[in-house]
Ligand binder design. Structure first.
Ligand SMILES: Cc1ncc(COP(=O)(O)O)c(C=O)c1O
Length: 462
């Protein structure tokens, strides 16, 4: 067979694979047409911060696998060994029948990561389940205190909390809100805290205060006697909204004043990404419940957790009148193999100081973008914490006027980067990067160059 015959045959095989994938695997977020147009792409292997497709193309991955989970990068033999050892010893038994050692050890380790009083983990298999479990725990807490009417949840504009009915009902996602209607009752939207978009002339601190005042006004309008909790990421990841220093302190005060639990959804940012184990640690405040997934197992095996504080658990465990608190129990809750993967991931993060690495490398990248784009007319803002980085593209950096929506500038940058074999994301016109915690200085420099290339090419063509 000649070389060109072989190439044709392999191209035909790939086309067949793509067609089968469209037929047999429901793919979220990407249409069949787009999958066909870019022939997948079909990933076949990964190593560190690089993913290789079926044609041998290598993609530099600034997205930790695409959705922020591969925090240790790809191809870690230590995690695979831990998973293999656990699977061949005891792959799974139901939590209903047995307790198991890896889950106890992982729960203990998570509780010890911060001094925030976080204590008890309810292990599930995804971020959406962690969020839903957190809302159930919150209801149990209020029932145990004799306040069953407290069952409404606040969530914030631009927030994302998953795809179960509860997650979708607590997410500002227009498509979900239409597709999944009718949504769950008892979810009320409040404004996001978006410092770059604060009113002219207002300081960050004044803005943090104003956001908190607006939150408190909504609490009073809905009635504190009805409100169970607020779902709020310490640093909302989609648009990289690092809040003013005072905002979460004020949110905490409001929660305490009206007996509202703060569910800090750290599914995206938790377990090291922001240069701390958890994002809330940047702000000197502690939530009542933290949700985690993605980074907890570095994406090697699905796992999620709702981690409740001792204060919440003491209240629930003290509920003798109500009997056992009600939280959903899943078949795969506290899956021993997933928890063994989690333990191996925590070992690696600690041994290799990856939280520190995220802080150092992330800071360098943010400084570098800020330097390169200091006077660029279309770069409105560079922001981030650790390896969660956002670059907001605008029509006019002096007035902060956004680009017209139909220009789809962010989308074009994301597509161009992928054509250049580089993975970044766009949320509207905010370009986001969330590389693995193992990103080296050399990887980071390559990511900065590739990001600027995609942005500059697209802006140059407008
Ligand atoms: C903040 C946040 N919460 C919840 C979820 C849902 O997690 P999953 O996709 O694992 O269900 C996500 C997913 O990206 C997330 O970023």
């Amino acid at each position: 067979m000649s070389v060109s015959d072989k190439n044709r045959a392999s191209h035909e095989q790939k086309e067949a694979l793509v067609e089968d994938s469209i037929r047999f695997v429901w793919r979220h977020g990407v249409s069949a047409t787009a999958t066909r147009a870019v022939e997948g792409p079909v990933a076949v292997s990964g190593n560190g911060v690089r993913v290789t497709d079926i044609d041998g193309n290598e993609y530099l991955d600034a997205l930790s696998g695409g959705s922020a989970a591969a925090t240790l990068g790809h191809g870690r033999v230590d995690v695979a060994d831990a998973v293999h050892a656990q699977m061949t010893r005891l792959h799974w038994v139901s939590l209903r029948t047995f307790i198991n050692e890896p889950s106890i050890e992982l729960g203990r380790r998570l509780a010890g990561l911060t001094d925030a009083g976080l204590q008890t983990s309810f292990f599930v298999s995804s971020g959406s389940e962690a969020v839903e479990t957190a809302t159930q725990l919150t209801k149990s807490y209020h029932r145990a205190r004799g306040n069953p009417a407290k069952n409404t949840f606040l969530y914030r504009k631009t927030g994302y909390h998953g795809t179960t009915l509860v997650g979708a009902s607590a997410s500002d996602n227009a498509e979900f809100r239409t597709w999944f209607a009718p949504l769950a009752p008892g979810f009320v939207e409040v404004d996001a805290c978006y410092p770059y978009r604060r009113p002219n002339g207002m300081s960050e601190e004044e803005y943090g205060e104003a956001c908190a005042a607006a939150l408190e006004a909504t609490v009073l309008e809905v009635g504190p006697e009805n409100i169970a909790g607020i779902l709020a990421e310490a640093i909302p990841a989609a648009l990289v909204l690092v809040p003013p220093a005072n905002y979460l302190r004020r949110l905490r005060e409001i929660c305490d004043r009206y007996d509202i639990l703060w569910i800090d959804d750290e599914v995206f940012i938790g377990v090291g990404r922001t240069g701390r184990w958890f994002g809330f640690q940047h702000f000197g405040v502690s939530p009542d419940i933290v949700t985690s997934s993605k980074g907890i197992t570095g994406g090697y095996v699905p796992l999620g957790a709702a981690i409740a504080s001792s204060r919440v658990m003491d209240t629930i465990f003290g509920d003798q009148a109500g009997g056992q608190a009600k939280v959903a129990g899943h078949t795969y809750a506290a899956h021993p193999t997933a928890c063994a993967a989690g333990l191996a991931v925590l070992d690696a993060i600690e041994k290799e100081d990856l939280v520190g690495n995220a802080e150092r490398v992330g800071e360098w990248m943010i400084d570098e973008f800020s330097r390169i784009y200091a006077d660029h007319p279309n770069i409105g803002d560079v922001r981030g914490k650790g390896l969660l980085i956002g670059i907001e593209l605008v029509q006019d950096a002096t007035t902060r006027e956004p680009f017209a929506r139909d220009l789809a500038v962010g989308r074009k940058v994301m597509d161009r980067a992928m054509e250049n074999h580089f993975m970044l994301r766009a949320s509207g016109d905010v370009i986001t990067l969330f590389p693995a915690l193992v990103t080296t200085s050399a990887d980071a420099a390559a990511m900065v160059t590739a990001t600027c290339r995609a942005i500059d090419e697209v802006l140059g063509e407008l």
